[in-house]
Every structure is written in structure tokens, then in C-alpha cells.
Design a binder for this molecule. Structure first.
Ligand code: ADP
Length: 554
């Protein structure tokens, strides 16, 4: 009879535990406030196990302590306040390091850890605890305790682990929702700052064009053209940085490493920024060691890195500042320091400065807000080269220093291959027949005009079908082909042209706003020779006219 009663008791207990799990699962799916779930969990777990104490402990930042975030049975005022150590001086700490539920038969004779104050103060004897969250990255601990000796069954441990898993599901979902909300907020802020950053150069270009249309004064016109040129360069750089960051984010950016002389990389970064530095009346000194320094690096990316650092130094330094670049050989590498005496960086912000969109989280006292893409790009590119970068500043008004360390290549004299320099010079361009395929009228007309100024014969088509007809009649040497076209897109046009008997000799250059790696792959597949991202600059156009291959692949 006793056995039957015992079996019935066990059954009722199991049934109660299953009901609690169903209840908590429902609550986890529906509540907005996790505290409601925690409070319900501790009350129901204690009741289902017929036990006095139950608690949810959350691991605090730094992982040294756990906070009692919910509980039943404990003295008043402790929930939300009391902490227990996260080391081997507590049952919870020991649980964090265990991969299964921890059962304590009698705390007074426990040898695996010492009883924390919280348990001894409450006269706890037996208990059971489990991790909330994944092993290795725990969120906290769920524990139950009693004042008298209590035996827990295997089923009890499954039950408490199942409750902890339900809590973790809800916590994790909340974490993901919070991070999505945060990402969404940052995206909105980013778009607002981006619009602002784009509007400035666009406004300057628009004013410059007004000046050109209103006056014939050659000086005013030359100045306006120079302004428009600079602002177009600035816009292009911004778009390049954005694309690069997205490529790195997707792990699609591949370095094209070669043996390069550091001096050439720095010279190119300086040349790109010389105009800006002069306009700000800064003085720039560059100190190289006597010996040549060679790196195994992607010269384009590296000069982008130093270009960004130099551009920032010029941008964040009031007019007439002093900028220095110092290159020092070090054991196994080289350090490059870019220093300015500009507005400096608040110490509290130094740690976050390389984060993506850091500009959006700048402290209020920093008035010169930017997008915060450049430095995140700098760090990613330097790390891809096996190097490090660090920012230093003694605070606002005290200037800034960026220290890059890069591993050196074998010394120059140990190598037999000379630095790989791009010696390509556009060959002289004899008149060619160029078909411009572009659906934007202004873009098509201005490009055709530029080609005529360069002495080329041109023809314009505004959609894919027109392009095919024009190509078969005009028989161009070169087609400058937009990709996003009405009727037939640029890829389809390219494929059709390559199928024609006369279509093989034509140099096909895609001129497009789509610059991702997969766009280039697609272009290559349909037989496009060159993939150029807009805007098409004069030097690149001259290269195409001269029939030069692209510097990289397509
Ligand atoms: P952006 O310049 O577009 O904001 P960056 O990622 O290049 O993007 O820089 C992030 C932030 O770091 C800047 O907004 C600026 O506040 C700060 N910063 C970068 N370089 C300097 C510098 N040389 N002096 C002072 N502040 C700097």
C-alpha cells in the first residue's frame, strides 16, 4: 500500500512539474517584463518541489559576482540587492563551472566549495542549482534550497534544468530584440548623418555649377571647377569607404598583397591629401629612416589607411596646425605614427574610437561629428595585414596620435624581386568608336561630350535593346555599359554582344554604381572586360581608351 501511495505521490509531483513548465513556457512567450517571468519561476519551482527557497542569480559584468534578481524564502530587502561571489566560495560559483546540475545533500559537510553567507545566514542544508544560459557563456544560476535534509531525484534535476532553459530562451530572445532595436536606432542615426555628409559636398558642387553658368570670368570658373572636383573626390571616397566596410563585414574583402616599399604607400597617401592639408594651412613633416622598409601588403588598402589617418589629422586640427608622420623600424616590424596638434580626443572616448559609427556616440562636448567609418576601416585593414593600431591623446585641445604597427617583409637586400611598381602609362589614344549605354540622360550626354572632347567618335543608347541595335550598326571599338538598364540589363546586353560574330573584339567596360565583389564576378561571367564603379574618372577613362587592362582582375 505504501508503495502505491509513494508511486501516486511521485506521479502527482511529476504532473505538477510538467504543469509548471507549461505555465512558465507560456509566460516566457507572452510577458514583456522578464522580472515577471523570474518572479513566477521562483514561486512555482519552490512550490512544485515543496521547498522553501528558490532564486535566480544574474552574473554581473566582470563575472566576479552574481546578483539575486528574484527569489522566494529569503529575508526581506535582499532580492535586487544581495550578491554572492562567482568563485569557488559559493554554490552558484561552483555551478557556473559545472556542466550538469549541482546537487548538495548537506551544505555543512560540502567540500567542493565553501558555503556563501547568503546560504549559511538562512540555515540552508540541501540544495540544487543549474546554469541559466549556454555553458561557457552563462547568464546566471537558478537554485533551490531547503532548511532540512532533502533528497533530490534525477527527475527533479531535469525539471530545474528545463525551467532554467525556459528562462534562457526568454532572456536570449530579449537580448536579440534589444540588439535589433539598437541596430535599428543606429541605422536611423547613421542615415541622418550620412544624408548630412552627402548634402555638404552636393551643395558645394551645385553652387560651383551655378557660378560657372552665371559668369565667364576664367578665374572664378577655374576655382569653381576645382571645388567641384574636390567635392566629387570627397564623395567618391565616402562611397568607397562605405562599400569597403560592407565587404569587410561580409568577409569578402581580399587583400592583394605584394612586396611594397612603405615610402611609396605613405607618399601616395600624402599626395591624396596634400590639397586639403595646404588649404587648411597645416605644416606636414614626414620622417623616414635611412634604410628602405618593405612590407608584404596591399598598397591600395594601406594607402587608404594612412590617407584616412592623415585626412582626420587635417580635419580635426584647426587651421595652421602641425602634422607629423614618423616611421621607425622596430624588431620584426615598423611603427608609423601620425600625430597632430588638433582638437584631441577625450580620454573616455579613446576606447570606442575604432568602433564602427563611433562618430554617432561621441560625447556631447565633441562638436565635430562625423560618420565614424574611417577608423573602423583603418583598424580592420591593419589587422588584416597582421598589424595593430592604437589612438592616444592627452585630452581635448591636446592633439592626437595614431600609432600603427605593421610586420615588415624580409629586408630588401635579402630579396631578389624588386618592389612591384605599377609602371603602366596610358598609350597614346587614337580616335576610337565608343558606344555609351546609359539610361540617365545627363550622365549619357556628359560622358559622350567628354569623349568627343578627347577626340573620340561616339554614339549613345538609353536602354538594352537600343544598345544592341546601335552596336550592330555602329560597330564600336569600346562600349561603356551601364548595368541597371531598362528592357535588357547590362549583363544581358554583354552576353548578347559576345554571342555575335563581330562582338568578340569589342572592349566591354561596365560603368556602374554596383561595386560589390559579386557584381564583379557576374560581370566577368558575361564577358565584360572591365568593371568600373561610378564616377568614371578621367584617368580611368583614358586607360580604357588606351585599351589598358584593369589594375586588378576585372
Ligand atoms: P569620421 O571622421 O567620418 O567621423 P572616423 O572613423 O575617421 O570617422 O573618426 C571617428 C571619430 O574619431 C571622429 O568623428 C572624430 O571625433 C575622432 N577622430 C578621429 N581622428 C581624430 C584626430 N586626429 N583628432 C581628433 N579626433 C579624431
Amino acid at each position: 500500500m505504501d508503495d502505491v501511495e509513494d508511486a501516486l505521490h511521485q506521479l502527482r509531483r511529476r504532473e505538477r512539474q510538467a504543469a509548471v513548465l507549461a505555465d512558465l513556457g507560456h509566460c516566457a512567450l507572452s510577458v514583456d517584463d522578464l522580472q515577471v517571468l523570474f518572479d513566477q519561476a521562483v514561486a512555482q519551482v519552490a512550490e512544485a518541489l515543496g521547498i522553501r527557497f528558490c532564486k535566480v542569480l544574474k552574473l554581473l559584468p566582470g563575472s566576479r559576482e552574481l546578483l539575486l534578481v528574484a527569489g522566494v524564502g529569503w529575508k526581506q530587502g535582499l532580492v535586487g540587492q544581495a550578491t554572492v561571489p562567482a568563485g569557488l566560495d559559493s554554490q552558484a560559483g561552483y555551478t557556473l563551472q559545472s556542466d550538469r546540475p549541482v546537487v548538495v545533500e548537506d551544505l555543512r559537510s560540502e567540500a567542493r566549495f565553501s558555503g556563501p553567507l547568503l546560504l549559511s545566514e538562512h540555515g540552508v542544508v540541501s540544495g540544487m542549482s543549474v546554469i541559466i544560459g549556454p555553458q561557457g557563456h552563462p547568464w546566471g544560476v537558478l537554485g533551490t534550497h531547503s532548511n532540512e535534509l532533502k533528497e533530490f531525484t534525477g527527475e527533479d534535476t531535469y525539471f530545474i534544468q528545463a525551467v532554467a532553459n525556459t528562462l534562457w530562451d526568454a532572456i536570449h530572445r530579449r537580448q536579440i530584440e534589444d540588439s535589433l532595436r539598437e541596430a535599428d536606432r543606429r541605422k536611423d542615426e547613421f542615415l541622418a548623418v550620412l544624408a548630412h555628409e552627402l548634402r555638404n559636398p552636393l551643395a558645394s558642387i551645385s553652387t560651383a555649377l551655378e557660378v560657372i553658368s552665371l559668369t565667364d570670368d576664367p578665374t572664378a570658373n577655374a576655382e569653381s571647377r576645382a571645388i567641384a572636383r574636390r567635392q566629387v573626390d570627397h564623395l567618391s571616397r565616402l562611397v568607397d569607404d562605405l562599400l569597403e566596410v560592407s565587404r569587410i563585414g561580409q568577409g569578402r574583402l581580399k587583400l592583394k598583397k605584394q612586396r611594397v616599399q612603405l615610402r611609396e604607400v605613405i607618399d601616395s597617401a600624402v599626395a591624396d591629401n596634400q590639397h586639403f592639408i595646404d588649404r587648411q594651412h597645416h605644416s606636414l613633416s614626414v620622417t623616414f629612416p635611412d634604410e628602405s622598409i618593405f612590407l608584404d601588403a596591399d598598397p591600395v588598402r594601406l594607402s587608404q589607411v594612412f590617407g584616412n589617418l592623415l585626412n582626420n589629422a587635417a580635419k580635426y586640427t584647426p587651421e595652421g596646425g602641425v602634422i607629423e608622420i614618423r616611421i621607425r623600424p622596430e624588431q620584426a616590424g615598423v611603427s608609423i605614427v601620425v600625430r597632430d596638434n588638433g582638437i584631441g580626443i577625450p580620454t573616455a572616448y579613446l576606447g570606442a574610437i575604432f568602433e564602427m559609427f563611433a562618430g554617432l556616440n561621441q560625447p556631447a562636448e565633441m562638436t565635430q561629428k562625423g560618420l565614424g567609418i574611417g577608423l573602423s576601416l583603418v583598424r580592420s585593414l591593419i589587422e588584416m595585414h597582421g598589424g595593430t593600431v592604437e589612438a592616444r591623446s592627452e585630452g581635448p585641445g591636446k592633439g592626437s596620435e595614431f600609432i600603427v604597427w605593421l610586420p615588415a617583409a624580409r629586408r630588401a637586400e635579402e630579396t631578389d624581386d624588386a618592389p612591384n611598381r605599377d609602371t603602366r602609362e596610358p598609350a597614346s589614344t587614337v580616335a576610337k568608336r565608343v558606344l555609351v549605354v546609359e539610361d540617365n540622360d545627363d550622365a549619357a550626354t556628359s560622358l559622350a561630350k567628354l569623349l568627343q572632347v578627347l577626340g573620340q567618335e561616339t554614339c549613345v543608347a538609353h536602354d538594352g535593346i537600343e544598345a544592341l541595335k546601335a552596336a550592330s550598326v555602329f560597330r564600336p571599338d569600346i562600349i561603356l555599359l551601364d548595368i541597371g538598364l531598362p528592357k535588357l540589363n547590362g549583363y544581358e546586353v554583354a552576353r548578347c554582344i559576345r554571342e555575335k560574330p563581330w562582338g568578340n573584339k569589342i572592349l566591354l567596360a561596365a560603368v556602374t554604381g554596383w561595386g560589390q565583389e559579386h557584381d564583379r564576378d557576374r560581370a566577368r561571367e558575361v564577358g565584360i572586360d572591365r568593371h568600373i564603379t561610378k564616377p568614371l574618372t578621367l584617368p580611368v577613362l583614358k586607360e580604357v581608351l588606351a585599351g589598358l587592362p584593369a589594375p586588378g582582375n576585372v
